[in-house]
Design a protein around this ligand. Structure first.
Ligand SMILES: [Zn+2]
Length: 95
């Protein structure tokens, strides 16, 4: 099994930043769009499951590794808030 380690961090960034974007719809479609947007802008880092938890060589906890993920997620949340594919306008705050 092959995993992209960056995916975990993109999801974590989404969960952490979503509350700061009240206009973001947050439905499954918009969530996936935000995740895809960020994932397509951050270089993937694949590991095979045989490597298990041996991920120390790629330390995403370092600020310089996290920053591009957060920037990409911020951009995605902003962009998708403005034009959600699901058709929501301005998120849950407006009718
Ligand atoms: Zn939506």
């Amino acid at each position: 099994m092959i995993r992209n380690l960056v995916e975990d961090h993109v999801i974590a960034a989404y969960e952490a930043m979503r509350p700061h974007f009240p206009d973001f719809c947050g439905c499954v479609l918009c969530r996936d769009d935000a995740l895809v947007f960020a994932l397509n802008r951050v270089p993937a880092r694949y590991v095979s499951s045989l490597q298990g938890s041996v991920v120390t060589e790629f330390n995403l906890e370092k600020e310089q590794s996290r920053a591009p993920i957060e920037v990409a997620m911020m951009e995605g949340l902003r962009k998708i808030s403005l034009a959600p594919r699901c058709g929501a306008r301005g998120g849950a705050r407006q009718q």
